[in-house]
Design a protein around this ligand. Sequence first.
Ligand SMILES: Cc1cc2nc3c(=O)[nH]c(=O)nc-3n(C[C@H](O)[C@H](O)[C@H](O)COP(=O)(O)OP(=O)(O)OC[C@H]3O[C@@H](n4cnc5c(N)ncnc54)[C@H](O)[C@@H]3O)c2cc1C
Length: 310
Amino acid sequence: MRTGTGERIEHLPTSGRTGVREPEPTSPDTDDTRAEPPREAKREADRTMIDRSAKPHRIERFRREPKRRSLVVDRIEDLGPRMRRIAFVSPDLADFDSRAPDDHIKVFVADPSAEGKIVMRDYTPRLFDRAARRLTIDFTLHDDGAVTAWARTATVGARLDIGGPRGSMVVPDDFDWYLLVGDETALPAIGRRVEELRPGVAVTTIVVVDGPDDVQTFETAADHRPVWVFRRDLPAGGDLLARDAAALRDAIEARPSPEGEGYAWIAAEARVARTLRDHLLEVRHHPRAWLKAAGYWVAGSAGASDKFDP
Ligand SMILES: Cc1cc2nc3c(=O)[nH]c(=O)nc-3n(C[C@H](O)[C@H](O)[C@H](O)COP(=O)(O)OP(=O)(O)OC[C@H]3O[C@@H](n4cnc5c(N)ncnc54)[C@H](O)[C@@H]3O)c2cc1C
């Protein structure tokens, strides 16, 4: 059932060697108008070329009215030492709607450090079964945090309130390939995207986790090429986040982009995600419109995230 309204937005690449062809640059000329064509005319020329593409890569955005739901823990399973999967059931989920793998919901829990205060954090709807009114969320268990503390101690029958998702940005499954990069917090969205992609499409995932016990497998008909980067194998010393960023960047660099048009997605700690995004844009020249990157958490800052400009 549709609970939101959709508007179609076409994202067109403006640069990049992996994107559609750009108009030939005008040669330096004494004729000013030829050297610098009016912006509108250039845009029109770009559009004309792009419209010939067989794959429009239309990205759809959906908005919904905010709605709060009260859920009950039905099942708890540890996917690894740092990831706890919790399935929730509730009649409130009858009209729950999540259309994009990187949708997020707000999770509301009591603040353990301030009595009577509620905090909210973003989490990914990892799995949803409408018939069973069951929603599954994967919680990273890190050292410190209100939701992490809740997930560590949750038992079957415990209640959790959620809000949203308020919006979805639906990336079409018409790219030639996908590149998904991140840390543990990105794994729910990455797993969901890999499982939802069409049969045979090339998707490379590059994920940094502590070690082999944190590896996850995904059920998919896509041509999935998983790359796992283990922190325990990285050279010791220095800034942990800089090591994450360098290791992920090296793993990206070791794999040239496949032929055709690709969509890249990054989520990790904000500084790590920004480094990787800049690398894809500036070194790989990945088209900006076909790249989404986000800081899913900010080191040293509770409840913070960082949404970068498109
Ligand atoms: C759109 C979106 C979707 C997300 N989906 C998921 C998801 O499905 N599963 C998931 O586990 N996370 C997800 N996250 C990340 C999650 O919201 C943050 O990690 C959040 O800060 C955790 O809340 P907390 O109460 O446990 O910690 P907080 O109280 O927010 O933070 C306490 C301290 O821990 C640090 N910290 C926060 N997260 C981490 C971490 N992962 N590792 C190490 N230190 C950390 C903070 O910098 C702070 O110093 C998502 C974030 C966004 C923006």
